[in-house]
Every structure is written in C-alpha cells, then in structure tokens.
Write a protein that binds this ligand. Structure first.
Ligand SMILES: [Zn+2]
Length: 136
C-alpha cells in the first residue's frame, strides 16, 4: 500500500528557492545562473514542460518581484529623506533594481513558476517527453 502524500505548493516553492527541482527536490536542474538544465538529472522532468513559452510564467513572477522591491525601496527612501527627498537617487536606484533583481532572481523565478505550474497541473504530456517542444 502506497502512503505517498501529494507534494504541496509550499514544498515545491521551498525547493525552487533552494534551486532544486520542484518535482523531486534534487539538485542539478539549474545548469547556470541564466540557464536551466534540459532535464532534471534525477527525475527527468523537463523544466519547460515541453512548451517553448514556459519562461513567460517566470517572467511574470520576476517582474512582480522587481516591482515590489523597487517600490519598497522607493517608499523607504521617500520616508527616510522626507521633507527633502532625493528624487534623482530614488529614480536611479529604482531603475537599477529593475535591472538587477530579475538577473539575481532568474533561476528562482523560473523554478517558482514551475512549482506553481506543477501544483496546478501535475501531469502533462511534455513533462518527460522528447526534447522537442510539444506545442508549436
Ligand atoms: Zn526532478
């Protein structure tokens, strides 16, 4: 009798933050800071799930995280420097963060979207299929 419980979203997200495969929790799904492996070396899951535009989900998470960080910094600087805020500092620091945060969080946001996607749709045809995209 199998007593395996389903993997929760929080477990999958925790694995993503630690740069592990959201499906199995093993290392090796990140091939470089700006590249995911073609497949998880442990379970064989394709991080793009066979879709050429799967990165767009990670892009949305990255955009939201960047906006949140920049807006938070902007408010902190505004409050800290009130009544004479440095508009130039606020403008350029927010712009710099909008570039730096997506690069800094790239593999995490890609794997976080994969974690969400795996929770919403646990099994799809492209997950372990060939290296060719299943959708064109
Ligand atoms: Zn895996």
């Amino acid at each position: 009798m199998s007593s395996a419980s389903p993997v929760t979203l929080s477990t999958r997200l925790s694995r993503a933050v630690r740069l592990r495969c959201p499906a199995c929790g093993e290392r090796g799904v990140v091939a470089g800071w700006l590249h995911l492996a073609t497949r998880c070396p442990a379970c064989g899951l394709r991080p793009d799930r066979g879709e050429p535009d799967h990165f767009l989900g990670g892009y949305v998470i990255s955009l939201a995280a960047s906006e949140l960080v920049a807006a938070t910094l902007w408010v902190v600087l505004l409050v800290a420097s009130w009544p004479d805020p440095s508009w130039t500092l606020m403008q350029w620091s927010a712009a710099g963060l909008m570039i730096a945060v997506p690069v800094a969080l790239y593999p995490v946001t890609r794997l976080a979207f994969l974690a969400i996607d795996l929770t919403a749709q646990p099994h799809r045809p492209g997950d372990y299929g060939t290296d060719e995209p299943t959708f064109r």
